[in-house]
Design a protein around this ligand. Structure first.
Ligand code: GTP
Length: 301
């Protein structure tokens, strides 16, 4: 994978593509589409573009329509679009900008102007990616933070209520972590947190969300996973953490697991059930996995 930003060039005329590529190919990784349909495909495929240079007048689907579709799709809506077009009236430019384009350049293509304006947009995109990543991740462990977890969980729960499916949640709390800090110091405590985080993320699937929920507490959201599968997974992770011994420090963790009841349960409630299961795991001597009580059992208690 290159560190270069990726730019998608969209134009139905080969000479325009060649001219743009001539300005940009040394600095950027380029993808090329010669019609709107191909642009929509390439915008969603890896490497996802950091910027799209979009012609307006094209057969089948014009650039304004392509722009509308990109902005309507949650996976492409944040890709900046710069129109590069022969349509040079004020109304055209106004429309392009109203549709959400970050810039509007008129043809004939002037290489120095294109290069400078593309450079500015790529820097802005990289800065906004960095800020977004910082807002969603925990600095110490690089896992997702509580804010992202709640956002992701609420959309997963909403999807399951609409389309069906299973979702399990695992809450993990390191045992006697205060003692680790007290005995070995805060820096060693931080090393332990990073080591546990690394076990949790390398032991999870790409679509799972692994988050640091608080101080020494983590949450893993398991897509398409029943409580029985979550139990197996938790047992594997519990055992891996026990074998870790980072910097010679013995560490164990207590696990609470719960499966979403799609009949009306909210994420907050699922979380509360898993939290209660962690509490029971602590009571049962720690370093173990406890399944949360079902809604029914809670009502009967
Ligand atoms: N090193 C380090 N420690 C942290 C961090 N965040 C929270 N802690 C510490 O985590 C400890 C949590 O302690 P407790 O909540 O008493 O829990 P515990 O000692 O793990 O006990 P049990 O959960 O009952 O097994 C506190 O001492 C916090 O100061 C952090 O980012 N780094």
């Amino acid at each position: 994978m290159s560190d270069k930003a990726t730019i998608l060039l969209v134009d139905d005329t080969r000479t325009n593509i060649e001219l743009l590529a001539g300005c940009l190919q040394k600095t950027y990784n380029l993808k090329v589409a010669m019609n709107g349909k191909r642009c929509l495909e390439l915008a969603e495929s890896e490497p996802v573009p950091d910027l799209i240079l979009l012609d307006v007048i094209m057969p089948d689907m014009d650039g304004y329509d392509v722009c509308r579709q990109l902005k309507d799709n949650s996976s492409t809506k944040d890709i900046p679009i710069m129109f590069v077009t022969g349509k040079d009236s004020d109304e055209d430019e106004e429309l392009g900008l109203q549709l959400g384009a970050v810039d509007y350049i008129t043809k004939p293509i002037r290489p120095a102007i294109v290069t400078a304006r593309v450079g500015t947009q790529v820097i802005l995109k990289q800065q906004s990616d960095t800020l977004r990543s910082m807002a969603l991740h925990d600095q110490l462990t690089s896992l997702f933070n509580r804010h992202y977890l709640i956002e992701a969980a609420n959309s997963k729960v909403a999807r399951i209520k609409r389309h069906g499916g299973t979702l399990s949640l695992m809450m993990i709390d390191i045992d006697y972590f205060k003692l680790v800090n007290d005995k070995f110091g805060h820096q060693a405590g931080d090393t332990v947190l990073r080591a546990v985080a690394s076990v949790l993320s390398s032991g999870s699937r790409k679509e799972d969300v692994v988050a640091r929920f608080g101080g020494e507490e983590f949450v893993v959201l398991l897509d398409d996973c029943s409580i029985l599968d979550a139990d197996d997974k938790a047992e594997q992770l519990r055992s891996l953490i026990e074998q870790l011994i980072p910097e010679g420090i013995s560490v164990t963790a207590s696990f609470g697991i719960a499966e979403l009841d799609p009949d009306g349960e909210t994420f907050e409630h699922l979380l509360a059930r898993a939290d209660q299961a962690v509490y029971l795991a602590k009571e049962q001597g720690r370093n173990c996995v406890v399944q949360a009580k079902s809604e029914l059992d809670i009502k009967e208690d």
